[in-house]
Design a binder for this molecule. Structure first.
Ligand SMILES: Cc1ncc(COP(=O)(O)O)c(C=O)c1O
Length: 454
């Protein structure tokens, strides 16, 4: 049966041995499952560090690398990347909390997201972040409203929706009409207003074209366009745009027949571009999620049952799309299985074909409709590779009331639990029945019932 080269290259990120099977760091997946239970997300600190080193080496010293926390809002994962030299990009007040817990200072944080609330903006400004990337005039007005309460001038940039953006990323977040950023044609007007108001410290421009871009040329065209635009606007409007953020989106090959991003090429192209930009005073940044985190994470789930239905073999797992929606195809136009291996024998010849899915009462809860694996038995441990980005954070965790999985960080020989496993009572977290004493109503009844007065 055919083996997927993508699966092989993701397995190769990890040590495997014939006795212990798949190891994350120096700890076998079997031992992790034994100690911490399943389902579990497991992250390898060394791979996170390695990915960051690889990207920084390719992009060169002029480019700051921020970790896009949305890819994996584990404070422990973010802390590993911070200690290895990354900054942080956040998308909510909650992510600001996570960034702070991971040890990031305000000056290491940028914020992007099309629907920032007053609370998001207040949290960002109070944290004194490096750049709040404004995505609409309305957002800018909220910044102005909050500014008098800030100790320092708010540092803002404009997220631009470029007028032209080559079709590179698989999922685009820019284009002719979009919720993201300020249309390029409207950027000069907003810049003029920011300059006139003189309330904020204008940092520069930001552009994020979309995720899963495998085409280095297309990614570079977006970066090139942002540099050109910034230089043109500086001249036209007589103002300074000292920081440019080129966004993220570097593609990670997860599926059979995926292309492979040529990081060397992208890095060389970017260095050349910055050379041409000839602005030694300018700061450049990228904000990467998937490229830093995806390959470092494994989702471990046990086979509860194996059964046959109409000639097909089904593996029913203790984990599923409520923890790992991306592996069940959410967010993808075409459903394709993530790289999946049998943890005790990741290199064993596949001999059987299985459908593998979780415990939810929906056919959508399926990681693979037809996957080749060695013979699998109930109790076996399945490892979904490439799960370090957009895993738990992208999943409908409340569906059916199963507890959250635990998260484990492995650094070499040391495996530490970094998110507790949930419990069934979590299904009731924050809930009240209307007649319970703790329940609150928006409009209190005019007269309290007798039995409610104490
Ligand atoms: C504004 C912004 N920046 C960065 C990212 C990270 O993208 P990726 O994980 O593809 O690098 C995203 C992802 O949606 C995003 O929306």
């Amino acid at each position: 049966m055919e083996r997927s080269p993508i699966r092989a290259s993701l397995v190769d990120e990890f040590r495997t041995d014939s006795r212990r099977g798949l190891c994350i760091g120096e700890v076998s997946a079997l031992e992790i499952a034994e100690r911490f239970g399943t389902p579990a997300y497991v992250y390898d600190a060394r791979i996170l560090q390695r990915n960051l080193v690889k990207v920084r080496a390719a992009l060169g010293p002029r480019v700051e690398v921020l970790f896009a926390l949305k890819a994996n809002p584990s404070a422990a994962v973010a802390q590993v990347l911070r200690r290895a030299g990354a900054g942080c990009e956040v998308a909510s007040a909650g992510e600001i909390q996570v960034a702070a817990r991971a040890g990031f200072r305000g000056s290491q944080i940028q914020f992007a997201g099309p629907g920032k609330t007053a609370l998001d903006i207040a949290s960002a400004l109070e944290m004194g972040i490096d750049a709040l990337n404004v995505e609409s005039e309305g957002e800018y007005e909220l910044v102005l409203a909050h500014a008098p309460r800030c100790q320092e001038r708010p540092r803002i940039a404009i997220r631009v929706n470029p007028a032209t953006s080559p079709f590179g990323p698989r999922l685009r977040m820019s284009g002719p009409s979009t919720r993201f950023g300020v249309d390029e044609a409207d950027v000069p007007g907003l810049l003029r207003r920011i300059a006139r108001d003189a309330v904020c410290d204008l940092r520069g421009l930001h552009a994020y074209a979309g995720t899963q871009c495998f085409d280095a040329g297309a990614w570079l065209q977006n970066a090139d366009h942002l540099c050109d635009l910034a230089n043109r606007l500086e001249l036209e409007l007589d103002l300074a745009l000292p920081c440019l953020n080129f966004g993220g989106g570097l593609g990670v090959s997860l599926f059979a027949h995926d292309s492979v991003l040529d990081l060397g090429n992208l890095g060389a192209g970017l260095r050349e571009l910055l050379e041409r930009d000839a602005r030694p005073d300018r700061r450049y940044a990228v904000e990467l999620g998937r490229y830093l985190a995806a390959s470092a994470g494994v989702y471990l789930t046990r086979v509860l049952y194996a059964k046959k239905s109409a000639g097909r073999q089904h593996l029913i797992l203790d984990g599923g799309m409520h923890h790992h929606a991306a592996a069940a195809g959410l967010g993808s136009v075409i459903r394709r299985p993530f790289p999946i291996v049998l943890a005790r024998a990741p290199h064993a010849e596949p001999t059987e074909r299985y459908a593998a899915g979780g415990p939810l009462c929906t056919p959508a809860d399926e990681f693979a409709a037809d996957i080749a694996l060695p013979t699998v038995h109930p109790g076996d441990l399945i490892a979904v590779l490439g799960s370090g980005a957009y895993g738990l954070t992208f999943s409908p965790a409340l569906f059916l009331g199963h507890p959250l999985p635990c998260e484990v960080l492995v650094d070499d020989e040391c495996a530490t639990i970094v998110r507790e496993r949930g419990i069934p009572m979590d299904a009731l977290r924050g809930q009240h029945l209307p007649d319970e004493r703790g329940a609150r109503t928006l409009l209190e009844p005019r007269e309290a019932r007798d039995d409610e007065t104490t």
